[in-house]
Design a protein around this ligand. Sequence first.
Ligand code: PAF
Length: 277
Amino acid sequence: MRTKIIKTIEELRQKLSKVKGNVGFIPTMGYLHEGHLSLVKTAKKESDFVVVSIFVNPSQFSPSEDLEDYPRDLGRDLQLLSDLRVDLIFFPREKEMYPTGYKTWVTVDKITQVLCGKSRPNHFRGVTTIVTKLMNLIDPDKMFMGEKDFQQLVVLRQMAKDLNFKTKIIGCPIIRESDGLAMSSRNKYLSEDNRKNALALHKSLLMAKKLFNNNITSTSEIIAKMTELIEDLNGTIDYIEVVDSATLEHLDNLKKGCRILLAIYIGNTRLIDNMEI
Ligand code: PAF
């Protein structure tokens, strides 16, 4: 079957009303990379019908962020998705999702105020709102999300549980370039030098894991060592945090199964990464 591209909610509803079997869904903002494609491949294995949305969601960007410059390449995205035999691509216009007079927002308390939420105050409100709208329209059995945006994954799991969505949210492993840099649409912004320095994120996480394996468990000690490595590579730290993987609560000491999350500016580009210990 050919991949169907749908732009309106009405057409989406019509098409989905005829679908039999279980539906897998991957929300994206486009400019797809191997990370997204790995989600599609997993979804294909686990679902009868796979829907991918492409929508650069304005409400999750603050006025000072990169909404206008966010990389877009629709032609390439459509080709990649039809090569993988995705069943349906939902590619709505902004007015379709946020018509004039739009007033409703979905917010998740507390876990959206920490980590990325500190420096991006309304970001998660935008994410939870658009994902609620998409889940409400598509009503998927499973939704596939990358672990690179680990806080987003935890927030959306909490939201789906609290709002009684039937959808199971499947977290999928981070896909990295061969040198370790986590794949991200924003890697496109990196100059040649910054691309090399961006390895600070993965290198510092690997170092933290090694320190833990050598019985160093103090969060402050580990963060101090990561900071040194990152600053040597000209990175500017937004945050480095050690948290409980389920609750995102700060931990004074690392323990097996916890996560280290970080956001670093490399030049003007803000990159995030994380690792399970
Ligand atoms: O992770 C993303 O690309 C976005 O935050 C998402 C989940 C598609 C919502 O716009």
